[in-house]
Design a protein around this ligand. Structure first.
Ligand SMILES: C[S@@+](CC[C@H](N)C(=O)[O-])C[C@H]1O[C@@H](n2cnc3c(N)ncnc32)[C@H](O)[C@@H]1O
Length: 228
């Protein structure tokens, strides 16, 4: 999917207005994914950690991390301004602990950061850009600092269509509108750069992360933790 197309979608006020209702319906165990991500970062990050969040638009993980860890501060980076405005609204009074930057990783602060997260975002990037982006995150981390990535990643062989059907069925069973879900499924099928879990794990290793391990697997979603 071309980066401009992705950002255009996340700059559409109508799409942004209903953004927050999407992840809990499309991502099984979404709240627990955020909670586990925070726990994995906290294993290695200090109480006053400075945390980089890429694809921070909407502010959902910023809010979850900020509530779980009162001493952490955040640099939230996202190319879509509308999504960053939503992040500020989502954070409310917690916004004082987050600096928000409308940019890709290249213009993100240099850190060095104690931890980083990139949730529901890297599937929009093709393999090369995903590797480059992950490497740019790693370059901004202190040695040994943790990084959590979670996004759409599932077998791309003959089982692909069945997994996409399960993805859609989960959203419908969670209360999402059936017609909208079918539209999202078609768009994901046609435009999202989904890799297999093996390819995604290789991307993280090639970006320089060590001890990469899977901690989350739910239908079409996977999450990993690795260390700079
Ligand atoms: C599905 S939302 C996920 C937002 C948030 N991380 C969450 O879990 O709710 C994907 C976000 O990634 C952003 N995005 C798209 N391409 C990006 C890129 N190349 N680098 C960083 N963020 C990007 C979009 O603007 C959007 O805000």
């Amino acid at each position: 999917m071309h980066p401009d197309t992705v950002v255009a979608h996340f700059s559409d006020p109508a799409a942004v207005a209903r953004y927050a209702e999407g992840p809990p319906r499309f991502v099984p165990g979404f709240a627990d994914l955020q909670r586990m991500s925070g726990i994995l970062l906290a294993e290695r990050a200090p109480e006053n950690a400075r945390v980089l969040v890429l694809g921070a638009g909407g502010g959902l993980e910023l809010k979850a991390f900020a509530k779980a860890q009162p001493g952490w501060s955040f640099d939230g980076v996202d190319p879509a301004g509308e999504m960053l405005k939503l992040a500020a609204r989502t954070l409310g009074p917690l916004a004082s602990r987050a600096r928000l930057y409308q940019s890709y990783i290249d213009e993100a602060p240099e850190g060095p950061f104690d931890a980083a997260a990139c949730l529901l975002t890297l599937h929009f990037l093709d393999a090369e850009e995903r590797r480059r982006t992950a490497a740019e995150i790693r370059r901004r981390l202190k040695p040994g600092a943790p990084f959590v990535a979670a996004h759409s990643s599932f077998p791309q062989g003959e089982g692909r269509a069945r997994w996409l059907s399960r993805y859609a069925a989960f959203a419908i069973a969670s209360g999402a509108d059936r017609d909208r879900v079918e539209g999202v499924r078609a768009a994901v099928d046609a435009h999202v750069n989904i890799l297999s879990p093996e390819q995604d794990e290789a991307v993280l290793r090639e970006a320089g992360f060590s001890d990469v391990s899977l901690f989350y697997a739910a239908f079409t979603w996977r999450g990993w933790v690795g260390y700079a």
